[in-house]
Design a protein around this ligand. Structure first.
Ligand code: ITT
Length: 196
């Protein structure tokens, strides 16, 4: 059973591969298919973008493809950056640039009002079949400065009050147990018991 991970984000790839360990699946990456088309993420929702990424890659390679569209919704910013999380500061922004923009945007927001949630939609496209999707979310608060060096993206600013740690202070196992992506991946693993 082959599965292409339809993402170029190394942070996502590491977390997804970790959860696919021990399953009877040959996991392939887009780096093995340099001729694959770039997918333009022009959807207004995580679901639209996840489907588009999975379906484009699956149709092109004629293989099952799993895509992840995810991001951070900040309450005080009316849900921004949302689907624009990867390009919040600019089109090819680094994680550090995006984090700095978020710190600046929330400068005047008091400590009790810094709620945010991570969202992850997974889409599984199989040639000739209807695309399957699922979703995971995880709530927390946005800090004023980064803490921790694990994970990726907004993890160093995302504080989990119950654990009194940021996402970036968790190991990969700990993050997968609670994260938006971990929750979605567990649904995906249940789905593939029915076959790929
Ligand atoms: P692909 O489209 O190739 O998968 P991407 O990085 O462009 O890669 P998205 O459009 O889904 O992916 O953007 C997701 C962004 O949301 C990501 O770049 C991070 O900034 C943020 N993000 C998603 N999951 C995260 C996580 O677990 N921890 C921290 N930040 C996360």
């Amino acid at each position: 059973r082959q599965l292409v991970l339809a993402t170029r984000n190394n942070g996502k790839i590491e977390e997804m591969k970790h959860m696919l360990q021990g399953f009877d699946i040959e996991v392939l990456g887009l780096d093995q298919f340099p001729e694959c088309p770039e997918v333009v993420e022009d959807g207004q929702t995580f679901i639209e973008n996840a489907k588009k990424k999975a379906e484009t890659i699956s149709e092109y390679l004629q293989l099952p493809a799993l895509a992840d569209d995810s991001g951070l919704k900040v309450e005080a910013l009316n849900g921004q950056p949302g689907v624009y999380s990867a390009r919040y500061a600019s089109l090819h922004a680094s994680d550090e640039e995006n984090n700095q923009k978020l710190i600046n945007a929330l400068h005047d927001v008091p400590d009790g009002e810094r709620f945010a949630s991570f969202h992850c939609v997974l889409a599984l496209a199989i040639p000739g079949e209807e695309t399957w999707t699922c979703e995971g979310t995880c709530g927390g608060q946005i800090l004023r400065s980064p803490t921790g060096s694990n994970g990726f993206g907004y993890d160093p600013l995302f504080f989990l009050p119950e654990l009194r740690k940021t996402m970036a202070q968790l190991t990969k196992e700990e993050k997968n147990q609670i994260s938006h992506r971990g929750q979605a991946m567990r649904q995906f693993l249940t789905r593939i018991e029915k076959g790929l």
